[in-house]
Design a protein around this ligand. Structure first.
Ligand code: BEZ
Length: 219
């Protein structure tokens, strides 16, 4: 069955470039991002994993660990990491899962629909994981899922932006509008009555419509 937002993220044991992990134990009490790429030693993936190495401190600042995955074995990941540092200027310090038996890839529906017909017939030789991102909360539930085509590199700044929104809305009864960025005005959650809003947001709000109540970002 396909995964849905708010499902418990499937737990697994896997080999990584930093040793064997049990996923939920590795996540611990914070947030986590599991992201897959199609194949080591390929160009778009090289730029993506280099960029994740560059902005990894931004995830750490948000109490969020990151972990990569592909169907390549971990010794390939380790060799490729040197190319990433050489060409992108940043050495991935985050772990990368080696999933040559497609166990995690199948658990997280990271395989494309086409060929070879049935999922049981898939092998690493004829399959590569798509570009997936899963953001997992401290409660181990899936908060965000994203799937990109093979030929399009992801915008990982967007993942940071969504993380800011999710962490804000987990702490305050607000939602964030289109293209919102940290520090900008937010929207009072629809579940909050005007009476309760007066207590929660004593500075008041702008309401161009009764259902659109805009306040300064709390916190
Ligand atoms: C790439 O990273 O450039 C790539 C990988 C797999 C398929 C297509 C492109």
């Amino acid at each position: 069955m396909s995964l849905r937002i708010n499902d418990i993220a499937p737990d697994f044991t896997a080999e990584t470039t930093q040793g064997t992990i049990r996923f939920h134990d590795w996540i611990g009490d914070g947030w986590a991002i599991l992201f897959s790429h199609p194949k080591d030693f390929t160009p778009v993936c090289t730029t993506e994993l280099g960029y994740m190495a560059k902005i990894e401190p931004e995830f750490r600042r948000r109490n969020c660990k990151i972990i990569g995955l592909s169907v390549d074995p971990v010794d390939n990941h380790a060799r490729w990491a040197k190319d990433i540092e050489e060409t992108q200027g940043y050495l991935p310090a985050y772990p990368m899962i080696g999933d040559p038996n497609l166990e995690v890839a199948k658990l997280y529906n990271m395989l494309p629909a086409e060929e070879p017909g049935t999922s049981e017939g898939r092998t690493p030789a004829n399959n590569a994981t798509v570009r997936s991102v899963f953001v997992i909360g401290p409660d181990k539930r899936i908060k965000l899922m994203l799937t990109y085509p093979m030929t399009t590199g992801r915008n990982f700044d967007e993942i940071l932006r969504v993380l800011d929104s999710m962490q804000l809305t987990a702490a305050h009864k607000v939602a964030t509008p289109v293209n919102w960025k940290h520090g900008e005005d937010v929207i009072i959650a629809g579940s909050v009555s005007d009476d309760d809003a007066k207590t929660l947001f004593p500075q008041g709000w702008k309401a161009p419509k009764p259902y659109l109540r805009i306040v300064k970002q709390p916190g």
